[in-house]
Write a protein that binds this ligand. Structure first.
Ligand code: SAM
Length: 213
């Protein structure tokens, strides 16, 4: 396995988050449509489903709620997202399915849940939008119970540095996201993990990280 490279984290984290938040407020509805219509996006995020274990599940940064609407009825499900418009759209989408989840507005860096309160955490296509990876990962780990799992799907530079995947990752990075080599981050946070390429020539990856006892 080769190494993946890291994008630089922003100097002004608050401004980074503010700017993305403005964009999500403007694009929440088109985003919702995009997730429904783009078959590859749906296919990627649905790869999280077989890894989720209950009884208590938290999805961090659920967006317009496409994924959470697929499993909310099976677990005691909670969700948190920073963007108010996303939360509103997701609540409506969930209502349509007849399933229940406790969806709130908040920041991955300051999760309003006690330590060790979830069996699974789900996080798709969002980690590269957080300005401080270590802070976000440590906070997600805090609310995970021992032996609980974090199921994370996101873009990264492909470890084998293949041309197609590297170009997809570069495009994603140019859109403003922070692509990270997740291995060192998981290791620094003392999480064991598996890493699987699930699309876009190795630039979209599924990680299942476990919090050891
Ligand atoms: C690209 S969308 C991904 C949505 C969904 N998980 C998916 O796979 O389609 C990124 C989401 O992360 C949320 N987000 C960004 N910064 C956040 C933060 N600091 N804390 C919690 N959520 C955040 C955004 O509001 C947005 O809904």
């Amino acid at each position: 396995m080769g190494i993946s490279r890291d994008s630089a984290e922003p100097k002004n984290a608050a401004q980074f988050t503010r700017e993305w938040d403005r964009a999500y407020t403007a694009f929440a509805r088109p985003y919702d449509l995009g997730v429904r219509l783009l078959p590859f996006w749906k296919t990627w995020i649905l790869r999280a489903l077989p890894h989720i274990v209950g009884p208590r599940v938290l999805e961090v940064s659920f967006g317009t709620g496409h994924l959470i609407s697929q499993y909310a009825g099976m677990f005691e499900t909670h969700g948190i997202d920073y963007n108010l418009k996303m939360v509103t759209v997701a609540r409506k989408n969930l209502l349509r399915t007849g399933m229940k989840a406790e969806l709130v507005n908040g920041n991955v860096e300051d999760l309003p849940y006690p330590d060790a309160s979830f069996d699974s955490l789900v996080n798709t296509m969002a980690f590269s939008g957080y300005p401080n990876g270590v802070r976000a990962l440590n906070e997600m780990k805090r609310v995970l119970r021992n032996n609980g799992r974090l199921i994370l799907i996101d873009f990264t530079f492909p470890p084998d540095q293949n041309w197609m995947g590297s170009n997809v990752a570069t495009l994603w990075e140019r859109s403003g996201d922070i692509l990270r080599d997740m291995g060192p981050l998981f290791r620094d946070c003392d999480l064991s993990y598996t890493d699987e390429s699930i699309g876009a020539w190795g630039s979209v990856r599924l990680y299942v990280a476990t919090k050891a006892t």
